[in-house]
Ligand binder design. Structure first.
Ligand SMILES: NC(=O)c1ccc[n+]([C@@H]2O[C@H](COP(=O)([O-])OP(=O)(O)OC[C@H]3O[C@@H](n4cnc5c(N)ncnc54)[C@H](OP(=O)(O)O)[C@@H]3O)[C@@H](O)[C@H]2O)c1
Length: 335
């Protein structure tokens, strides 16, 4: 299998007739991904928690599409991943809206979120993994129905290189055990734990993709987990950086993002490749971790498949996460 791949926006095929759903698409990498898909004629649903922010994003998209002379359909779909019940009912609502789903991008994510009194699960793990688990698994009948006809459905679970900051095993206790300082205002002493749990949630994105791939690859569903790169122009972790380190640090992060990080559109490229390129089935790219290739000036050169250590290829870990997540969803829905 090719490990370095060539891809840029001009390689996106025509997506007329395809229906795409992107979580967290009102800003950052998700918004750029929505533009790539809509500008190639896909019908795109932006699954977002805030209606005003989603509608503002749709306005931006529509004016860019108009300038590009594309008449695409872009819709807001309500989704709050911070509640398992709500994430599931959002997926059920989607099943009543469309009779096909060709591209599903589980892109939404948070970094550094704090426990709230009502949350029973670590908040980053809840949003980044559990909410997505409830949402994506409820959509699977529609995905299978689409794959029966097209033999080509794409699921992208956006992960992060941060998954390597933690061990390759999910620490389930850290997700359910409320830390003693959970209700204190955010402070710098929580930084290391916060990064570890973010890494665990991104490890869960990878293992969820791997287990989905194991279960659905024979049905024409292509599932992969990309790291978008270090990407500027997004809001990831910015408010948390402000709370933990103060205003000056937030400004430094913004400066680094503007001048040194990848452009947001380049950050969207790897997941757009996985969502659209005919090379994905042609090269048999499934259940893989990908990241961008950059030159020495940190400019995007294309995606690459990264071979992971054996520690990440443990099928028992993937299926344990699936079963544990299923139990959590069942428990939450029974409340
Ligand atoms: N930026 C990077 O350098 C980088 C690096 C590695 C991985 N990633 C990954 O890339 C993905 C996109 O990140 P980004 O940088 O584009 O971040 P971003 O600008 O902060 O966008 C995150 C998106 O997730 C949404 N979201 C957060 N909580 C949600 C919830 N409870 N329900 C529904 N949507 C929710 C946000 O909605 P609101 O606007 O309502 O908050 C926003 O639309 C994430 O999965 C992130 O982990 C990013």
């Amino acid at each position: 299998m090719a490990s370095t791949l060539n891809f840029s926006a001009k390689d996106i095929p025509d997506l007329t007739g395809k229906v795409a759903l992107i979580t967290g698409a009102n800003v950052g990498i998700g918004l750029e991904t929505a533009y790539f898909l809509a500008s190639h004629n896909a019908t795109v649903h932006l699954a977002c928690r805030s209606e005003p922010r989603a509608l503002a994003a749709i306005d931006i998209l529509q004016s860019r599409l108009k300038a590009a002379k594309v008449d695409a359909k872009v819709y807001y779909h309500n989704l709050d991943l911070g509640s398992i019940k709500t994430a599931k009912s959002s997926a059920e609502d989607f099943l009543t809206k469309e009779n096909r789903l060709d591209i599903l991008i589980a892109n939404a994510g948070v970094l550094g979120n704090q426990w709230t009194p009502e949350w029973e699960y670590e908040p980053m793990f809840l949003t980044n993994h559990l909410g997505h688990f409830a949402f994506v698994t409820t959509l699977l009948p529609l995905i299978e129905k689409t794959a029966d006809i097209t033999h080509d459905v794409r699921i992208v679970c956006t992960t992060s290189k941060a998954l390597f900051m933690t061990s390759p095993t999910i620490d389930y206790d850290s997700i359910t055990d409320r830390p003693k300082d959970a209700d204190e205002p955010r402070h710098i002493g929580q930084f290391a734990t916060s990064m570890k749990v973010y890494g665990q949630s991104k490890l869960a994105n990878l293992y969820f993709a791997k287990e989905l791939d194991r279960r659905y690859r024979a049905k024409g569903v292509w599932v992969n987990a990309p790291h978008p790169g270090w990407v500027g122009g997004t809001e990831l972790g910015l408010h948390e950086a402000f709370d933990m380190f103060g205003f000056i640090t937030k400004r430094i992060v913004e400066f680094l993002h503007t001048w040194f990080a990848m452009k947001t559109a380049d950050g969207a490229a790897t997941q757009t490749y996985l969502a659209t390129s005919p090379k994905v089935p042609e090269y048999g790219i499934h259940g893989q971790y990908l990241m961008p290739r950059n030159n020495w000036l940190w400019r995007y050169q294309g995606p690459q498949v990264v071979k992971l250590d054996a520690a990440y290829q443990n099928e028992e870990e993937w299926s344990k996460l699936w079963q544990w997540s299923e139990e959590v969803v069942k428990k939450e829905l029974a409340k």
